[in-house]
Design a protein around this ligand. Structure first.
Ligand SMILES: [Zn+2]
Length: 118
């Protein structure tokens, strides 16, 4: 590799081994190369983040654990989103279809939500 090629080289990032295995399998499932899949996923995540900022600028993610805690700056209240009877449920609206649910569904952290037993 010449000096010129080296300077033009694209940036690379390290992927953790456990992530790599999952990502590699998902890329294969979608019929994409690892590079294409990773790039597409990263870009879509950034775009989704921007989309959410426009879609619901008054909603802020506070924390993610078994429930997703959101602050609604319109009402000045916290909204807790969790899974109840296999449905997303919002504590503020006591509903399964509201802006907080829509917001939560678009967050990658959604994957961390666990079923509530009570
Ligand atoms: Zn709500």
């Amino acid at each position: 590799m010449s000096m010129k090629d080296k300077q033009k080289r694209n940036p690379t990032v390290a992927i953790e081994e456990t992530t790599y295995q999952k990502v590699k399998n998902k890329a294969k499932e979608k019929g994409l190369t690892l590079v294409d899949y990773v790039n597409e996923t990263l870009l879509l995540n950034v775009e989704k983040d921007n989309f959410l900022k426009n879609y619901a600028p008054y909603i802020e993610k506070i924390s993610v654990g078994e429930t997703l805690v959101l602050r609604d700056h319109k009402t000045g209240k916290l909204a807790e989103v969790y899974i109840k009877n296999n449905k997303m449920f919002c504590s503020q609206d006591e509903a399964d279809d509201c802006i907080h649910i829509h917001f939560a569904l678009a967050l990658p952290e959604l994957a961390l939500l666990k079923k509530r037993t009570k």
